[in-house]
Write a protein that binds this ligand. Structure first.
Ligand code: NAD
Length: 276
């Protein structure tokens, strides 16, 4: 596989690019996307219980014929399953649906009210060897600080909305200082931004015969982030992984950074009403 890995603080390596399968509700579509991804060299797949497609992903991986130990598999515990015992039960259900006896990474999907108890369950699953790495998603600095204050294990990774319009610079620096890997969701803006036709990105791409999507993904990679772009189309899946044969200059990195608007397109992690 062509794909580079990033080492988390416990020594486990995560491939820097994975296929995100959010909104892939159609079984045949998901299975063919997974096969196309494997053919392009992807070995990392990001799902969640709430996506409702863990069983389809298991089928796609099985049909792709890659050995389990060569796959990096992530799932996440949803808000209504949070709490110590509930999380452990949700984890077992994800294992069953994914037709495997361990996960490579298990994440708290959102910092819902019971996230501390949920984190204690993830720590126990990790200590029992049922998951190779544990982390969080959509955590702000204050959530990460709360885990520290309670002297709990530090998450190995935090998966957060990140793209040039919303680069998460403060959280990015905090995680760098604390040895927490930055994983970007919505890395190309989820189709909600104008980024894919942005003239700055088109112009940079022309220097390397790359598309705006590839320029954005390369920007993430050079910031040291893990990326999980989603596509169901074989050609785009391949395109999104074809970003390891060129580098953006410092000036081009700054140009991409200049597209920051501060607009968050996803939910606000501090909107507690939504997380109940
Ligand atoms: P994304 O930024 O990956 O954008 C996906 C969309 O971009 C696709 O639907 C497609 O329309 C388009 N696209 C993909 N490749 C393209 C290309 N090469 N050229 C042009 N258009 C292209 O957004 P996403 O799917 O929301 O995020 C990626 C993954 O992150 C998800 O699949 C999921 O696994 C994860 N995610 C996690 C959370 C969380 O709360 N933890 C939230 C959202 C997404």
């Amino acid at each position: 596989p062509l794909l580079k890995s990033i080492e988390m603080y416990n020594g486990v390596k995560i491939p820097q690019i994975g296929l995100g399968v959010f909104l892939m509700k159609d079984e045949e579509e998901l299975v063919s996307a997974v096969k196309a991804a494997v053919e392009s060299g992807y070995r990392h797949f990001d799902t969640a219980k709430i996506y409702g497609n863990e069983e389809y992903l298991a089928r796609g991986l099985k049909e792709s014929g890659v050995a389990r130990e060569d796959i990096f598999l992530t799932s996440k515990v949803w808000n209504y399953d949070q709490g110590f015992e509930e999380t452990k039960a949700a984890f077992e259900e994800s294992l069953r649906k994914l037709d495997t006896d361990y996960l490579d990474l298990y994440l708290i999907h959102w910092p819902a009210p019971k996230y501390i108890e949920t984190w204690k369950a993830l720590m126990e699953l990790y200590e029992e060897g049922k998951v190779r790495a544990i982390g969080v998603s959509n955590f702000q600095i204050h959530h990460l600080e709360e885990l520290k204050k309670q002297e709990l294990m530090q998450p190995m990774i935090n998966q957060i909305e990140t793209h040039p319009e919303f680069p998460q610079n403060e959280l990015h620096e905090y995680m760098k200082e604390n040895g927490i890997v930055h994983e970007a969701w919505g890395p190309i803006g989820q189709g909600k931004t104008g980024l894919l036709s942005n003239p700055v990105l088109v112009a940079i791409g022309k220097n390397y015969q790359k598309t705006p999507a590839q320029v954005i993904l390369r920007w993430h990679v050079q910031r040291g982030e893990v990326i999980i772009p989603k596509s169901v189309h074989a050609e785009r899946i391949r395109e999104n992984s074809d970003i390891f044969d060129f580098s953006l200059t410092d000036e081009e990195m700054d140009l991409v950074a200049s597209l920051e608007t501060g607009t968050r397109y996803g939910s606000d992690p501090d909107d507690q009403e939504r997380l109940k």
